[in-house]
Every structure is written in C-alpha cells, then in structure tokens.
Design a protein around this ligand. Sequence first.
Ligand SMILES: Cc1ncc(COP(=O)(O)O)c(C=O)c1O
Length: 358
Amino acid sequence: MRQKHSDYMHWSKTQSRARFNLATSGVAPFPLRELPVDFQKLEINGDNSYGYAPLRAAIAVHHGVDPDCVVESAGTSMANHLAMAAIIEPGDEVLIEHPAYGPILDVAHYLEAKVKRFPRTEENGWAVVPGEIRRCVTPNTRLIVITNLHNPTSVLTPDSVLREVGEIARTVGALLLVDEVYLDAVYEGTPRTSFHLGPEFVVTSSLTKVYGISGLRCGWILARPDLAWKMQRLNDLYSATAVYPGELLSTVAFKHLDLLRERARPIVAADRKLLRDFLAQQPAVSAVWTHWGTTSFVRLSRSRGSKADIFLERLQSEFETSAVPGRFFEMPDHFRIGMGVNTEMFGEGLNRIGHALV
Ligand SMILES: Cc1ncc(COP(=O)(O)O)c(C=O)c1O
C-alpha cells in the first residue's frame, strides 16, 4: 500500500496548539485590514486558466525570471507535490536531506520514489556537504531535495555549495529541488533565489511563512519553461485552476511585500534575542545558532537521557506549552521552536520550558 498521509501535518493540525504555542513555523498572521486592497476591484471569477497573468508576472519580477518559468500553486505544499510529481516516476531515486520536513518525504513515498537520504549533522552545523551527496547519487537519481533555509534548523546553504550540488545533479542527469519557503527570513542581505544558479534548479516557495498570509495559499514553482509547462499540465489533474479572488489579493500583496515582511521582522528579532539568552542560561538544552529564520532546532542534553517526546508531553499537559517533537524530523532528542508570532507568548513559553527542565 502506498503511503497516503502525513503524520506531521495531522499532528500539526490537531495537536500542536497550546496557550503558549511554540510549535509554529511562520510569522504572525498579517491582517487584511492592513493590506491596501481596493475592494471595488475584487472579483470572484476571471481569466486564470494557467495562472492569473499579473500574479505570475509579479512572482517573475520578484525573482528576476521569465514568467514562463513560473507555476502558481496552493502554497509551497502543493508546489513541492506538483514539482516532484512532474519530475519523478515510480522507482526513481530521490535523494532527500536528513533531517527533513516530513511532508517532503511523505510526498516522495506517495509518488513511489526510491527514497535515499544524505546526512546533515549537528556536529557539522547541519551544513549540506556536497561530498555526502556525491557519495549517494547514482545514474538512477532523478531528484535531489534541499530546504533553504533548512527546516527545522534554519541553517542557510550558501550559493557556492548549492552550485556544487547542482553540478553533482547534472553529472547524473538529475534535478535539484530547493524549497525556499523560509529564505526571505534572512532579513539582511537576503540571498537571491537559487533558480539562477543553473538549469537543473527547481525552486518552490510561497508567501506563507515569512509574510504572514498563509490563508491566501500563494505559492509557486520556478522551473525551466518546458518543465514548468509540464507542471501546468499536470496541475490540470490536481487543482485545475486557482481561487481567483486569492490570486487578486496575492497580486496586491506582491505590491506591498516590504510592508508584510517588515511587520513581522521586529517580532522575530525580539524572539530570537530571548531564545539566545535562554539557550545561554540553560545547560539542559542546546542549538546550532543561526542569525535568521523563524525556527530553531533544540537538543535536549544527553545527560537528561529522555526523549523529547516525553518532555514535550509534560510541557503541554503541565505547562500549557507546545513545540514540535523532533521525531517528525527523525531526531527524537530534539524539538523545534518557532519564532515571530507574539513575543510575550514566546517569552512565557521559554520560561515554562525552563521550569519543565528543572
Ligand atoms: C520546508 C517547508 N516547505 C513547505 C511548507 C509548506 O508551506 P505552505 O504553507 O506554503 O504550504 C512548510 C511548512 O511548514 C515547510 O516547512
């Protein structure tokens, strides 16, 4: 039987909430009332057969690519699914980072890929090491998958490394899928999309995590035009056409991206400072520190000897605080903390983690 579900998504939808919710991954919701929308111009139906042209153009301008390289999708979730489904045939080898965002693995399994993994280790700062990928690829490798920033750790992979991985992919005729949904959480010197690094790059992203408008489900894929068109045709079997009012609102959002991004930025910064101080004072936990991102991957010290699951259950039941169990990233000694929603809540959540660690 093929796997037809995602344990992480189910947990996230049904069990992640708490009074002090640190199980988030994106920033606080951006309120509609703060988006300069001309409601007279909002419509329900319109011309959007293969995407709404002004939205595809806005995405293309944002990334400096040709609109023919842009495929709209319902969030990065559908972007990843659609991209992988267009690229992979059953039995193809797909090389995915470890630890990985669960649904990426789930989709690859659902598509009946032969999933192989390459390690990103804590000892090495969770870095992508091209040598590890070179060791794993074979002539049957069709796709290599990386998240940048890395979920769960927020580690940034530099262009020099991505370029090297792209070259490895090219030598075996594979493509490289880079999920960049968190990349714009690098607020200073935001890197350009890796799509420009070579023809084997396929990129997915959305306005969900860093811009606070997850409800619009504004996502996209960047791919070379022939592949992009293949994805458009495949999407006729999935969502067929997008929600037109959503596309209109997303087009407005693109005109005000700075407004959206800057709104959450001070919250992320304040939470980051609290987390840094917390980690400095807490010998029972540690994390590879990054200067960006909305998530941090925290390790429970070995001396505690307990799996994060047990700790998090107690944290939720006794301290009304949640974080994402590391088991969803195949790392049971860790848990993921989210920043950028509400600093008061975040600070109190950390306090409570501190009490639970005593
Ligand atoms: C790496 C990664 N990709 C994709 C997604 C899904 O994003 P979206 O809400 O845009 O569908 C997430 C959500 O947590 C994620 O962490």
